[in-house]
Design a protein around this ligand. Sequence first.
Ligand code: CAA
Length: 248
Amino acid sequence: MNAEKKHIALVTGATGGLGTHIAKRLSDDGYIVCANYRSAAKAREWQEKMQGEGYTFHLYKADVCDYDEVGDMIATIEKDHGTIDILVNNAGITRDGIFKKMSKDNWADVIATNLTSVFNCSRHVINQMIDQTYGRIINISSVNGQRAQFGQVNYAAAKAGMHGITKTLAIEVANKGITVNTISPGYVATDMVMAVPEEVRNKIISGIPVGRLGGTGEIAHLVSFLAAPETAFITGANYAINGGQHVY
Ligand code: CAA
């Protein structure tokens, strides 16, 4: 690794609740942050807000479900900035509903956005990381990939699958200076969690021993830790960060 090179980070779904704080934290750490987005209108507004807060992000549009679009985005980033050193697979959606009523689309959309996206993005960066013998891949999963959550068969399957990718990819590239890890946040104060009906949400919060929702900054802090060159011996791990909601 060239010590003078400023590391390049790509955060998928950067304009979302967790993505925003992850992007900010990596920028605070000194990385050049490429922010992936899907909706142009939301991204424009987001960039203005970020600039107002003093952050400069490089925005790149791609639907992470689309293998070729992701490939084009990564080729453009490499042309603009150089090889990606840190990939944070953060983009994700929910389409909650009980299984007996779950539509095929709500299954497929969640699997594509939350799981296939990890293949798409990681596959397009991995060979360059191998060539430079350095890389950090951080997959943002969920406590609900580790335990059961009523109404989330699709989401739980995708989030558990993410860690399946982590474990095997980690051992395949372990001798190439690349680490692959999963972070499994619990319920964090984002729009995604606030979309859960209030009554249901309050019941969930009452089951979190720490007694509150997690903070987006707390998740970003863990991403920052795993992104650092000093964490070279941590790979294939799954970090729970859930306020004690699920211990095992
Ligand atoms: N446990 C057991 N039974 C439950 C239940 C629960 N948690 N929730 C609902 N039920 C039962 C109801 O009692 C009802 O039973 P009957 O049919 O026998 O009367 C049945 O299930 C249907 O209940 P609803 O009419 O409330 O069903 P719904 O379709 O309107 O809503 C739901 C169900 C979509 C799952 C809703 O309860 C919900 O949104 N739950 C929250 C899911 C959740 O936690 N999502 C996390 C989103 S945030 C995120 O995912 C981020 C992260 O990583 C943590």
